[in-house]
Ligand binder design. Sequence first.
Ligand code: HEC
Length: 156
Amino acid sequence: MNTTISKIAGLMMLTAALLIGCGESSDDENSNANSQGEKQELTDFEMTHGIGPVDEEITIDEIDPELAKEGMRVFDMKCGACHKLDSRYVGPPLGGIMNARTPAYVMNMILNPEEMLAKHPVAKSIGSEYPTRMTNQQLTREKARAVVEYLAQESR
Ligand code: HEC
């Protein structure tokens, strides 16, 4: 008697579990496909402006000479060991970089080089031309912004 009831109850639970299981697994397949697609492909924003803390477009119209001067000082201290403006060194020349990349992209490269080099197709391909990896110089966002002002000045 008890065993029959528990067998029936067991069967009902099994059926319920199977039904729920089916529902869940088809949902899961859909959401997995979506989230994987999003994880592997960068957004349009990230393709243009890089991956990192700078998640909005930065525009530079007129060069602010004071900011550019501060950027030059930071560049000499934190970047000059690996970069020159006009020739290849440990890293690529940066004299014309602002004609090739957006300000936000360069800021993200400065602030988040590890992830950029791991995930961004442009950074990966530049990286493949250099045996050394760019290291994070731990700049504040403000200092990175100043460096970009300097590089923009030098790119004009
Ligand atoms: C330890 C050496 C090193 C230091 C320090 C360094 N970089 Fe780099 N940088 C590299 C290398 C090498 C690459 C090429 C990518 C790679 O392999 O890491 C690179 C790539 C870059 C790129 C990408 C260029 C492109 O064409 O997209 C930018 C921009 C850049 N560096 C800016 C800077 C700035 C600004 C600083 C200072 C805050 C700096 N780097 C400090 C070595 C360095």
